[in-house]
Design a protein around this ligand. Structure first.
Ligand code: GLN
Length: 484
């Protein structure tokens, strides 16, 4: 059948392209048989921090180099029950920490989108760089990633594919290796929105194994609000109110990206949408608050990798002022974790220490609340979880979705990716929606036509993000379709 041949084809494309792209770290053998279901005929790649029993789950870390999970993550089970062919596991930044997919024992991912064929080696973005590159290179129909602070949206934007970070709690995290639990979301990457919607429908289900999984009634009530906004629309966007947040255009955003955002805004206006400038005044604090909170949660989550309960064991040495156990812990952790992960653990442990707790951790929590309030003040749809009285707000007009660039630039050169501060800045536009748990879709916009490398073709793609109130994922996807 056609679907079987498509599957063979994807495995062939992987053999051909993966040696240079480095998106996959393990490929599954062609399955003898698959269930019939809504995802029949689709090959789906899975980020290597999602537990699978048939392939290792390394998190791109020496710590888990040989780890094979005794159970499958809920998302894996749901994909299999829906008939998908799970084609392999994809490269990532170690434990999801990074924005360029260069912190990995498997080596960096190389962005397969190459308009000029100069093979200059650009980053695929991170941390779900392998998932984005696999989709962009045509090695699979869709991929799962994880997004804690932009790790699906940023690589989607750099590679020119769609990337969805759903509302927090819609997709189960059972079997997904924790980085920062209060922020971690499983996300989807695809080159077509119809495929993304099908995968989303199969995996966005209540799961009793995940204590933060949103119960079915709550999902329905949030999406009912959104369907009221969308119901009368059909193919037009008449009456849809789109907010452009002024704080999401910092001076670092490249002029080329601004031009393309203008183009998209014009397109949406022509479809009948109303464009409204809005303000989210606390945006500039989001990045610092994110790195304090994410590192604090990571330092606690990663404590389990001590070489005994979990992680690669390194035997004790001859150090006489430490017990044997302390030596095993220290040596296993010093060897097993890469430099970026060690840095986050130190930062997070410090933020949670008695001396720093008030000034760092609590302060960051307060900022998180202020950022949530900013969003709730401008959305016309109320936030299901907010107890502060919702709207209407007399000061600023309310909107249905926000629109802004997903990133401040196009894919950086792999050789540029050395400076760390530079890589943290990549997340400035994606972390606010993570802190607030909101759904965000990055829509790929092709670069302008130009003469690159002697031939006329599109230059590097950018991403435009559509952000909605909690639970309005279907509306966000529907608006994405207007731009597809
Ligand atoms: N770049 C961010 C970080 O390193 C986001 C990572 C993510 O979303 N997993 O924390």
């Amino acid at each position: 059948s056609r679907s079987v041949s498509a599957r063979c084809e994807h495995r062939e494309i992987i053999s051909e392209k993966n040696p240079s792209v480095n998106a996959f770290v393990n490929v599954s053998p062609r399955p003898a048989s698959l269930r019939k279901g809504p995802l029949s005929g689709l090959t789906i790649a899975v980020k290597d921090n999602i537990a699978t029993t048939t392939l290792p789950t390394t998190c791109s870390s020496d710590m888990l180099r040989d780890f094979v999970s005794p159970f499958d993550a809920t998302v894996i089970r749901l994909l299999q029950e829906s008939g998908a062919d799970i084609i392999g596991k994809t490269n990532l930044d170690e434990f999801g920490m990074g924005s360029l997919n260069v912190n990995s024992i498997h080596g960096p991912v190389r962005n397969p989108f190459d308009p000029s064929s100069t093979l200059e080696g650009r980053s695929a973005g991170g941390s779900s760089g392998g998932s984005a590159a696999a989709v962009a290179a045509g090695m699979c129909n869709a991929a799962l990633g994880t997004d804690t602070g932009g790790s699906v949206r940023l690589p989607a934007s750099y590679c020119g594919v769609f990337g969805l970070k759903p509302s927090y709690g819609l997709i189960s995290r059972w079997g997904v290796v924790s980085y920062a639990d209060s922020l971690d979301c499983v996300g989807i990457l695809a080159s077509e929105l119809n495929t993304m919607q099908r995968v989303f429908n199969s995996v966005a289900k209540y799961d009793s194994m995940d204590p933060t999984s949103a119960p079915t009634e709550i999902r329905l009530s949030a999406s009912n609000f959104a369907s009221k906004v969308m119901s009368s629309k059909g193919t037009t966007l008449n009456g849809l109110r789109i907010g452009i947040p002024q704080e999401y255009f910092p001076k670092e955003v490249s002029p080329d990206i601004l031009d393309r955002v203008r183009g998209v805004v014009t397109q949406l206006k022509e479809r009948g949408a109303t464009i409204i400038p809005v303000s989210l005044p606390s945006t500039s604090y989001a990045l610092s608050a994110y790195y304090v909170l994410a590192s604090a949660e990571a330092s606690s989550n990663l404590a389990r990798y001590d070489g005994v309960q979990y992680g690669s064991y390194v035997k004790p040495g001859l150090d006489t002022d430490k017990t044997k156990t302390a030596q095993i812990y220290a040596r296993s952790r010093a060897t097993g974790f890469g430099p970026e992960v060690q840095k986050r653990i130190l930062l997070g442990t410090y933020a949670l220490s008695a001396d720093a707790f008030d000034n760092y951790f609590l302060q960051a929590q307060r900022i998180r609340q202020v950022i949530k309030d900013d969003f709730n003040r401008i959305f016309r749809i109320p936030n299901y979880f907010s107890d502060s009285p919702c709207h209407p707000n007399e000061i600023s007009p309310t909107i249905d979705v926000l629109l802004h660039p997903s990133a401040i630039r196009t894919a950086p050169l792999l050789t540029e990716s050395r400076s760390n501060l530079n890589s943290y800045v990549q997340d400035v536009l994606t972390v606010p929606a993570s802190l607030a748990g909101l759904p965000a879709l990055s829509v790929p916009i092709p670069g302008p036509l130009g003469n690159v490398g002697g031939g006329s073709s599109h230059s590097w793609p950018i991403g435009i993000s559509i952000v909605g109130q909690w639970g309005t994922d279907d509306m966000v996807l529907a608006i994405g379709k207007a731009l597809e």
